[in-house]
Design a protein around this ligand. Structure first.
Ligand SMILES: [Zn+2]
Length: 417
């Protein structure tokens, strides 16, 4: 890292260096605070003068606060500084086919306000933009945060996203293609806006503030009406050449399986996402399976949900258990392949289906990975539920806005020792 005296006029280049140094110091204070300026200079390899002036700047911005006095090896005891997550706030909106969740969070992505909107029928891009903007404004109002305190808006949509241009390239479930969502939103809102796929949002949130904290390499799998994943390698989200890495849902797990909406046969998503679980239950019941699911829905089979299957399974219903075991086995097969290929420290499983089914689904999944993973390390991989719950993607969206504002490093800046 370059040393940059603060009293010289800043040119373009030096401004950038200054910005990078400021981010590095801020991240160090986030991770190691309360911390003294001398320790910050030492850990960041900046001169004490530079570190001191950056801390001063961060204090003026409200991002950093004094926090007591540290010990001294001799001489004057140093002031300590810590991060102030309440200096600014971020907005996250997780848009799905039939509902959206909007949150305002502090800079540690802790929600301070939250709303859920449900809707019926198809929404096009313009309607989507209108719904997002209305929800964002409503949740901002409820948070009591002044508009100037907001660093940005993160939005997730289930689909293929051109994050750079803020365009939803394709969202099958919404029926969207080439929707310039950021541009549509700019007619309603003036916040810096960032759009990502819902699985990437989940991975970003869980990596920084959820079950993935401290892990450098992880996979975050999202099981809902489809199956997607976010891949984190060396603390960086891996996007792939076209920004569409992580399509685990279309991995073949049964070549003789049913046809998927992508055209292939036996995709993981076709066999283990929400519609597959419901389809398997209804099919079995129609073929005469004995199960308490029938009475749970008063014989109205079209009302079977994942929740019904889970309720029956947890009451000891063998048929329902069988469905979730089979689903868990398919998921385990797909995950074992990914674990063999990428050797992650941890696999985080989230999304609506996982939220509903919990351990009833995770247990057969873990068993299958243990059996199928290649070596002892892979078999030891931790498979855990997402920690941020049903709001995980919305929190991930807000986290993404915080990262994009330069207030959270997407990878650790602390030199490894
Ligand atoms: Zn497929």
């Amino acid at each position: 890292m370059n040393h940059q005296p603060s009293d010289k006029p800043l040119t373009g280049d030096t401004r950038l260096i200054r910005q990078m140094n400021r981010s590095a110091i801020l991240q160090l204070i986030r991770e190691q605070g309360p911390i003294s300026r001398v320790d910050l200079a030492r850990l960041s390899n900046l001169t004490p003068a530079t570190a001191f002036s950056i801390v001063e700047e961060l204090v003026e911005l409200g991002l950093v606060q004094e926090s007591g006095i540290g010990d001294s090896a001799g001489g004057r005891k140093p002031k300590l500084f810590k991060f102030n997550p309440n200096a600014f706030a971020a907005v996250g909106v997780d848009l799905r086919v039939d509902r959206l969740i909007a949150v305002v969070t502090d800079l540690d992505a802790r929600p301070v306000a939250r709303i859920v909107h449900t809707y019926q029928g198809d929404i096009d891009g313009e309607e989507g933009a209108r719904l997002i903007s209305a929800a964002a404004q409503e949740v901002i109002r409820r948070s009591g945060m002044p508009f100037e305190a907001l660093v940005g808006l993160g939005i997730s949509v289930p689909g293929i996203i051109d994050t750079e241009n803020g365009v939803v390239v394709k969202a099958v479930n919404l029926g969207w293609e080439q929707v310039p969502l950021r541009e549509l939103l700019s007619e309603h809102l003036t916040l810096p806006t960032h759009i990502v796929d819902v699985s990437a949002a989940l991975a970003v949130g869980e990596t920084h503030f959820g079950a993935g904290q401290g892990a450098r390499n992880l996979i975050c799998i999202n099981i809902g009406s489809g199956i997607g994943s976010g891949i984190v390698i060396g603390e960086q989200l891996y996007w792939g050449a076209d920004g569409v890495a992580g399509e685990i849902g279309h991995m073949t797990v049964d070549e003789d399986g049913p046809q998927c909406r992508c055209g292939n046969y036996g995709c993981l998503e076709r066999l283990a996402a929400r519609p597959a679980i419901i389809e398997r239950a209804i099919k079995g019941l129609k073929q005469g399976a004995v199960s308490s699911i029938r009475s749970l829905v008063d014989d109205r089979l079209e009302e079977v949900t994942v929740q019904t299957v889970v309720t029956a399974a947890n009451d000891g219903d063998e048929f329902a258990r069988g469905i979730l075991n089979e689903t868990g086995r398919y998921l385990g097969m797909g995950i074992a392949n990914v674990v063999n290929f990428l050797n992650p420290e941890i696999v985080i499983v989230g999304g609506g289906v996982t939220e509903t089914a919990g351990e009833t689904l995770l247990e057969p999944l873990r068993q299958t990975v243990k059996m199928r993973a290649f070596d002892i390390h892979a078999r030891r991989v931790r498979i855990v539920p997402a920690q941020l719950g049903i709001d995980a993607s919305a929190i991930g969206d807000a986290t993404w806005a915080i990262i994009k504002a330069g207030l959270l490093a997407s990878s650790s800046s602390v030199p490894s020792t």
